[in-house]
Design a protein around this ligand. Structure first.
Ligand code: CA
Ligand code: CA
Ligand code: CA
Ligand code: CA
Length: 272
């Protein structure tokens, strides 16, 4: 009973081989390469939680002889192809009509060149794509009238607006002014009646022009992070008004929308 099946199978394999050989006249030997494309829903750079494969995406494979072939991801986001051995450039086609809009790569590298090894099924790795977060910032000085040397509180609130967790360092800057002094308290958890996450933020005073705060703790989708300062304002025997501007640096946490990355507070100061 086994013989006809074996013969049929051998014939089938031989037919595949000949077909591939016919398409790759520069090589007598073929090998395979595979990979995986997924939607990184929680934008943490790894496939976990409810992340799922992205189906029906073209993957362009430039073989070592320059001939480009196309693989397509299956229902699980997996793709594979028969290629000639050698350096193979793998390029996921983000312009594919089935590719979800407004995603950026959060895991893996694309395009990238992989060595497709003779007689092996070479793993080209995973490529994860996530939505693009958007951070906005609000700067609140709780007492904005400085009557002589005055102590006051400032709170820096950062909000995620796009429904995507941030991923990566978030940097916030404030121009230095010797009338405005503080000691950053990295254990502060409430300031006035507000809760603050000072422990999530590190303060760097080394830049001559700017106070710099950084956080590597993600802001959750539609969530918030903040920190607060108790500062002293010294009008230095003058009266007037001054505006302080804080800026979330472009690209913070993977965000890309810069128009809402700044906020200004104005202080009025008087000396009698
Ligand atoms: Ca993930
Ligand atoms: Ca690509
Ligand atoms: Ca890749
Ligand atoms: Ca923004």
């Amino acid at each position: 009973m086994k013989t006809p099946i074996t013969i049929t199978l051998l014939f089938f394999i031989s037919a595949i081989y000949q077909n591939v050989y016919a398409e790759s006249p520069n090589s007598e030997i073929v090998t395979t390469i595979h990979g995986h494309v997924y939607y990184d829903e929680n934008n943490n750079g790894t496939e976990d939680g409810t992340d799922a494969g992205i189906p029906s995406i073209d993957v362009l494979l430039t073989q070592s002889d320059g001939v480009i072939i196309t693989a397509v991801t299956d229902a699980n986001g997996d793709w594979s192809a028969i290629v000639i051995p050698g350096m193979t450039t793998v390029d996921i086609d983000e312009t594919d009509a089935d590719f979800p809009t407004n995603l950026q790569q959060s895991d893996g590298t694309d395009p990238e060149t992989i060595m497709a090894v003779l007689d092996l099924d070479t793993d080209a790795g995973v490529d994860g794509y996530a939505g693009i977060p958007d951070i906005t910032v609000s700067f609140n000085i709780l007492t904005t009238l400085m009557d002589g040397i005055t102590s006051a509180n400032a709170i820096f609130n950062l909000y995620e607006l796009a429904g995507v967790n941030t991923n990566g360092t978030i940097t916030l800057i404030l121009a230095k002014d010797n009338r405005f002094t503080f000691t950053y308290n990295n254990t502060l958890s409430t300031l006035g009646s507000q809760s603050v996450n000072n422990a999530d933020w590190s303060y760097d005073s080394s830049n001559p022009s700017f106070h710099i705060w950084e956080s590597i703790v993600p802001i959750n989708a539609l969530g918030k992070s903040n920190f607060g300062l108790e500062f002293v304002y010294d009008p230095q025997n003058t009266s007037g008004q001054v505006s302080y501007s804080i800026t979330v640096i472009a690209g913070s946490g993977g965000e890309m929308i810069n128009y809402n990355n700044q906020d200004v507070e104005e202080i009025t100061f008087i000396t009698y």
